[in-house]
Design a binder for this molecule. Structure first.
Ligand code: OSB
Ligand code: MG
Length: 371
């Protein structure tokens, strides 16, 4: 276990990046990505982390403002009070604060990047992963016009994305899937409802079984585990839980109840890389598939998601797509791009393998705080 002597300094930056196209889900239409970034500095090195909370509490109760509060008033003071400590020591201290897993993940991320840079090793090595090329996946927002969606799918097929996910909501689902399946009978396809259906929609939900979908992500309420188990018993299509799984205990409950066959592990949602690894190894033991989800991250968060996928068990393609799908300009020096076979190369080099470009950070910065 690697230890850190002590933390000298920390900084918070909030950046606001325009999205190339609005991202519509059953819960919101997003035109910007507001990302909270944290930099932690010790005597020997420094590291960056990204919080996956958004500007609004629509995906999760956490927002950038709650994360700034929790990080500033609780997590950083705890961190400044520790000497010769490991990441696990820090996470144990953080347990005193209930919830706020996105805020905790951002701090954990920065500390892991710092340690990896200090050790001059890539992050995947620090977390026990194995270097490999990473499968790609794309998440397409809800479109008013089916032709727009078909065009985006065509482009994704041409780029050789390993699977395509489309966002659905009640009424914008079955008819669209009929058209897609006529044109693309074999496409590795899945849908994400972000909790838009009710357990009383069981008969309606059974229609998803007609489309040979890889999975149906989060059909019911964002907090539900039990009713998903009733739906899963009646559906052929594997259910994947996203919002409902925030902790290892949630994963345990879901698996014991038979609520899902797959879990979307967003490291930023479950409190970081260490917690993700625990969920991943538990799922592996119980034959539950996992993949790495995304939250429209900048190059910092995107890099953590890539490194996470070097762990065993991350065999399903996740939601890691090219940077250019979301941003014309990112705040880091390297963009995520697909190779001609649709795979993604992890940035090597120490830590997460990408560097912040200070001019770009400054251009998009809307808030700054120094500790
Ligand atoms: O439910 O997976 C989700 C984006 C924002 C909030 C929730 C979700 C998503 C995505 C996009 O599906 C994933 C990505 O490409 O980063
Ligand atoms: Mg989802």
């Amino acid at each position: 276990m690697y230890t850190i002597d002590n933390i000298k300094n920390a900084e918070l930056y909030l950046v606001k990046l325009p999205l190339v196209r609005a991202f519509e889900t059953s819960f919101s239409v997003q035109k910007y990505r507001e990302a909270l970034l944290i930099r932690i500095v010790s005597d020997e090195a420094s590291g960056w982390g990204e919080c996956v909370a958004g500007a609004d509490p629509y995906y999760s109760y956490e927002t950038n403002t709650t994360a700034i509060h929790i990080i500033s008033d609780y997590l950083i003071p705890l961190l400044f009070n520790m000497q010769n400590f490991t990441v696990e020591d820090m996470l144990n201290k953080f347990d005193k604060v209930r919830g706020h897993l996105m805020a905790k993940a951002a701090v954990e991320n920065a500390l892991l990047d710092l340690i990896a840079r200090k050790q001059e090793m890539p992050l995947f090595e620090l977390i026990g992963g194995r270097y490999q090329k990473i499968k790609s996946g794309i998440s397409l927002g809800i479109k008013d016009d089916i032709d727009d969606l078909l065009q985006l799918i065509e482009e994704a097929v041409r780029k050789k994305y390993h699977r395509i996910k489309i966002k659905v909501k009640k009424g914008k689902d079955i008819e669209i899937l009929k058209i897609l399946r006529e044109q693309y009978p074999e496409l590795p396809l899945m849908v994400d409802a972000n909790g838009d259906y009710l357990d009383s929609d069981l008969q309606y939900l059974k229609q998803f079984d007609d489309f040979n979908l890889m999975m149906l992500e989060q059909p019911l309420h964002y907090n539900d585990i039990y009713y998903h188990s009733l739906i899963q018993k009646e559906l052929q299509t594997p259910i994947c839980l996203d919002e409902s799984i925030k902790t290892l205990n949630d994963a345990r409950t879901a698996i014991d109840l038979g609520s899902c066959k797959i879990i979307n592990i967003k490291q930023g949602r479950v409190g970081g890389m260490v917690k993700s690894k625990a969920i991943q190894s538990f799922c592996k033991k119980h034959n539950i598939g996992v993949w790495s989800g995304g939250m429209l991250e900048t190059g910092i968060g995107r890099s953590f998601n890539l490194h996470l996928q070097t762990l065993p068990g991350f065999t399903l393609p996740g939601d890691t797509s090219e940077t250019s799908r979301y941003f014309n300009e990112d705040i880091v020096d390297k963009s995520v791009v697909l190779e001609t076979d649709g795979f993604i190369k992890i940035p090597t080099g120490p830590g997460i393998g990408v560097e912040i470009v200070p001019e770009k950070l400054e251009r998009y910065q809307i808030f700054y705080k120094n500790f």
